[in-house]
Design a protein around this ligand. Structure first.
Ligand code: MN
Length: 715
């Protein structure tokens, strides 16, 4: 453990103005307050804050940060109060200790799905003062270093996972690569002990076999770069176990297949030297294509700068070489802490250029609804194909990319999905089909009377939601077909003046190979079994009326056959059944073709409709047709279906219908496909004359402020 005077000396070495007395008092205060408390390792508790302070001195952090590190657990774990600390160490330290304490309290709060919540809090803490976060990171690093003392496996795994998911990416985001590397390796060791051990032992084996390989390469490289002067430092190291493992996972390769487990670093005085060294190395050693990266001209968003290249090195082995200046090296190791300005004022200063992302982040965070952006940038960079959203209670749900609010609802529970009527995303009412973003807080609004809409199936992405919607619709259809089938056969009974009796129908179930009455009704409703067949099976004596009965049944699907429609099209036999296909919604003015379909007469398609490919090999079905230009001098109108999202305002519908009528059209049919507080989705049929007229109507609608979006339903 770091001794009191050692700690003070370390701080004084980089900040001679630091208040020595304050540091001493803080050290003593921590020892006194933690008293006889023990760590799981058996060490006295106060060794922990002292070590945390020690870690932060490596980053040359300011006086207030070091004092806070010493005191960081006193407010939570001991009798010390905010007032005590403020009186003894001033308001800045008290504020920082409070910040760290708040973070820890939040962590302890919701055991369930605490990750997401922790993350939010970290983000918020960071927006207040980034030093709170740095102390928290050092706190976590020391806890990770001593994690093996923890006896509960479940707790160890949880902390390790959290470290890997949240703290390591945060450290990386802050450019603190050294800390990130150590956090990752410690977590990896806990989470995958066997993989960790196997990588370690293979590295040992290679080391024994290769002897002083790294040392030999370093010497060779030193010689190579001597021409730029004496002022170049060359370091060599093995890659870290976690980064080796990640590479094995990512590329699905074995340890033996990893060629460059050695990395070398050349640190030089100036940027010009960097490119000079790069030139030397590329001249002497064959470069591996695709491995050269220039982070000097294009720094990473966390401020990292270096040249990276891969070459077949001095001993004919693939090696990675990083070339950077001393300044860049300091930034790479220490990140944001390398830019600490602790002499002038105590507040953190963030180098405008290199840490622009952080300033932007801090701005973003002032608007708390945007903290998801941060979540996206750090943790989530590891899970590109997934998003994380949570309920208002902080329960975390992991969904595939492009998931909508409805997917979320079904992920919560199928009952929630079946009944969702609306959604609040980050407190704002949004349409149910909204695609969720990382970090969204999603509150599903439900209603007992709501049922899933078939429309939903088009935009949900999760299998669970799809299956649930289909199941519901199947059941619903079944109910409808049952009723339809039953009414069809009841009509037959009525027409034949026979009293309806379902016992009679039950008696013929086996003949139709059905298990239940409902099954047979469904079959009749769907038109698979003719009701007349069933009826005549039961009452063969009534067979004489067969023809009429079949007519009744057939009338149903042919409803669409209105004679006047035929007049609109030239080239058809008068009276033939026809319908305008729903795939392309042809309107006068479009080039059209007719397709003879089985059972439904002639389908009218636009000549360029994609569906026509289906009939390419059946020329006998194609009919040459065209629009009748002028029928009895009467202007004919065609319904075109548009899908429209409107703000749910009192006058919305009135505004829309006025606009439609002003454009010389008419709404012939209107229904809501989705309604949530704030928005309505409508399917609307507008009567139009031709394509030019359609464009006019659409333009008029789109110009309305209440219209959020509008698409023509087709293809
Ligand atoms: Mn602690």
């Amino acid at each position: 453990m770091l001794r009191q005077f050692e700690l003070v000396e370390r701080v004084k070495s980089y900040d001679p103005t630091a208040d020595e007395d304050g540091l001493n008092r803080a050290y003593v205060f921590a020892v006194k307050m933690h008293g006889s408390q023990k760590r799981e390792s058996g060490d006295p508790y106060f060794s922990h804050p002292v070590e945390v302070a020690g870690i932060l001195t490596e980053y040359k952090l300011d006086y207030a940060t070091i004092v806070t590190a010493l005191l960081h657990d006193t407010m939570e774990d001991t009798a010390a109060s905010h007032e005590d600390i403020e009186k003894l160490f001033g308001s800045e330290v008290a504020f920082l200790v409070e910040g760290v304490t708040k973070l820890s309290k939040i962590q302890a709060q919701s055991e369930h799905n605490k990750q997401a919540e922790n993350f939010r809090k970290l983000v918020l803490a960071m927006s207040e003062d980034i030093r709170v976060l740095l102390i928290k990171l050092a706190d976590r690093l020391h806890n990770m270093r001593t994690l093996h003392f923890c006896k509960k496996e479940e707790k160890r795994l949880r902390i390790a996972r959290e470290t890997l998911d949240i703290y390591a990416p945060l450290a990386e985001r802050l450019g603190m690569n050294k800390m990130k590397d150590e956090l990752e390796d410690l977590a990896f060791q806990q989470l995958h002990p066997e993989a960790y051990q196997s990588i370690i032992s293979r590295l040992n084996f290679l080391r024994e076999k290769g002897g002083d390989l790294i040392e030999r390469i370093v010497q060779q490289l030193e010689e190579d770069v001597r021409e730029i002067g004496d002022d170049a430092d060359v370091y060599g190291r093995e890659k870290r176990p976690y980064s080796i493992w990640r590479k094995m996972q990512r590329q699905n390769i074995s340890f033996e297949q990893i060629c460059d487990i050695m990395a070398f670093r050349v640190v030089v005085p100036t940027v010009a030297d960097c490119y000079h060294v790069l030139g030397i190395i590329h001249t002497k050693y064959p470069m591996i294509p695709g491995r050269y990266k220039d982070y000097i001209s294009t720094p990473k968003s966390n401020g990292y700068q270096s040249l990276h290249t891969g070459v077949i090195g001095p001993v004919k082995q693939r090696i990675e070489v990083q070339i950077r200046t001393r300044d860049m090296h300091e930034v790479a190791e220490l990140g944001v802490a390398a830019h600490w300005e602790y002499k002038q004022n105590m507040a953190p200063t963030v180098d405008g250029k290199k840490f622009r992302w952080m300033r932007e982040l801090l701005d973003l965070l002032n608007d708390s609804s945007n903290s998801d952006e941060f979540l996206e940038n750090t943790k989530i960079s590891m899970y590109n194909d997934q998003i994380f959203c949570f309920t208002p209670k902080g329960d975390l749900f992991n969904l595939p990319k492009d998931a909508t609010a409805i997917d979320f609802a079904y992920a919560v529970h199928s009952n929630v999905g079946d009944r969702c009527v609306g959604v609040k995303i980050n407190g704002e009412i949004r349409p149910l089909r909204t695609i969720l973003q990382n970090g969204d807080q999603v509150e599903i609004l439900t209603s007992k009377t709501q049922t899933p809409s078939p429309e939903w199936e088009r935009f949900v992405v999760t299998a669970k939601a799809k299956a649930a919607i289909r199941r519901f619709i199947r059941n619903q259809k079944r109910t409808q077909f049952t009723e339809l089938g039953k009414s069809l056969i009841q009509n037959l009974y009525k027409e034949n003046k026979v009293a309806f009796n379902d016992k009679e129908i039950e008696a013929v179930l086996t003949h139709f190979k059905k298990d239940s009455l409902d099954d047979l009704y469904v079959m009749m409703g769907e038109g698979i079994v003719l009701p007349s067949d069933v009826f005549y099976k039961i009452h063969p004596e009534k067979r004489s009326t067969l023809q009429r009965v079949v007519e009744i049944f057939k009338r149903k699907p042919n409803k669409i056959n209105k004679s006047e429609k035929n007049n609109l099209i030239k080239g058809l036999v008068s009276g033939i059944a026809l319908h305008y296909s729903r795939c392309c919604h042809p309107v006068p003015g479009d080039k059209i073709v007719g397709i003879v379909t089985t059972g439904k007469g002639v389908a009218i398609h636009k000549a360029d409709c994609n569906m026509l490919k289906k009939y390419a090999h059946e020329p006998e079905r194609w009919l040459d047709i065209e629009w009748n230009d002028n029928i009895d001098g009467v202007e004919r109108l065609f319904p075109v279906r548009v899908r429209i999202t409107v703000a749910d305002k009192p006058n919305a519908l009135a505004t829309i219908s006025t606009a439609v009528s002003k454009a010389g059209s008419n709404i012939s049919h209107l229904f809501t496909t989705e309604k949530s507080t704030g928005f309505m989705e409508l399917s609307m049929d507008v009567d139009i004359k031709n394509t030019a007229h359609l464009e006019e109507v659409i333009a008029a609608l789109k110009a309305l402020p209440v219209v959020v979006s509008l698409t023509k339903e087709s293809n």
